[in-house]
Design a protein around this ligand. Structure first.
Ligand code: PGA
Length: 275
């Protein structure tokens, strides 16, 4: 089953509106590969400006979080409708930094996935194990559980636009650790099998955690890797363009895994025709 090939940049808590405009003007003037779904996830305050800066360029807009309710007494929160208002298509849910610092749980993440789908936003569910889980040999078990709980109560036909990102917590940021390709291959291979067995063969599974232009080709060479989700290395447009270039080069030489062509998400998601 063909799957989308995706490369995204998670900006975390970085960039003002002016910095967002500078970054995106630079990114959209680089030559972007037509068969890769490229996305950026700016902070909430820069989403509307980001959408304007992207214009008609083939870059998709993601938000870094969202509340599950349509509206109400949730001070400081952002609703699905507010994201749609800014031109957002994808919403990142369950990043490990939010699980660690903002009390995100598998239950709230599941509520947000339901809300995203109800509003035709594409949920990008982030999963990953702690170092103690890695050391206990529980990586596959941990992330499989997180994916199952994120998608609980949803039928395959509702998950047409979903994306999963595997981001081992011990390899994110300045930990000094990088996930070895054999580990990434084992975990993503297991996630792929699980998703296929649940009737979700179109869901792309990305890898994230200390990705840069140097290791992107090796990561992309892993057949179960359907793309990359990049943090620090993509905080400049030039850096992101380099990762995209390296990822595309790596994809050209990898053994065929059946995910080289564009998919058609099965649910009628907003802007799905552009994806
Ligand atoms: P990093 O972040 O690339 O800076 O390790 C990855 C992420 O948190 O998505």
């Amino acid at each position: 089953m063909p799957r989308e090939f995706c490369i995204g940049a998670g900006w975390k808590m970085n960039k003002t509106i002016a910095e967002t405009e500078t970054y995106l003007h630079e990114l959209v003037t680089t030559s972007l590969p037509p068969d890769v779904m490229i996305f950026v996830a700016p902070p909430f305050t820069a989403l509307a400006a980001a959408k304007r800066a992207i214009g008609d360029a083939p870059v998709h807009l993601a938000a870094q979080n969202m509340h599950w309710a349509d509206a109400g007494a949730y001070t400081g929160e952002i609703s699905p409708a507010m994201l749609l208002d800014c031109g957002v298509e994808i919403v990142e849910l369950g990043h490990s930094e939010r699980r660690a610092h903002q009390a995100e749980t598998d239950v709230t993440i599941n509520a947000k996935v339901h809300a995203a789908i109800a509003h035709r936003l594409r949920p990008l569910v982030c999963v990953g194990e702690h170092e103690y889980e890695l050391k206990a040999g529980a990586s596959v078990e941990t992330v499989s559980r997180q994916v199952k709980l994120a998608f609980a109560g949803l039928d395959p036909e509702q998950l047409g636009g979903a994306i999963v990102a595997y981001e081992p917590i011990w390899a994110i940021g300045e930990t000094g650790q990088v996930a070895p390709p054999a580990h990434v291959s084992a975990v993503l291979g297991a996630l792929r099998e699980m998703l296929d067995a649940r009737g979700l063969p179109w869901i792309p599974v990305l890898y994230g955690g200390s990705v840069g232009p140097d290791n992107a080709p090796d990561l992309i060479a892993i057949p179960a890797v359907d793309g990359l989700f990049v943090g620090r290395a993509a905080w400049s447009a030039e850096g992101f363009a380099k990762v995209i270039e390296a990822g595309v080069a790596g994809r050209l030489v990898r053994p065929s895994s059946g995910n080289e062509t564009q998919p058609k998400p099965s649910s009628g998601l907003r802007n799905a025709s552009r994806i």
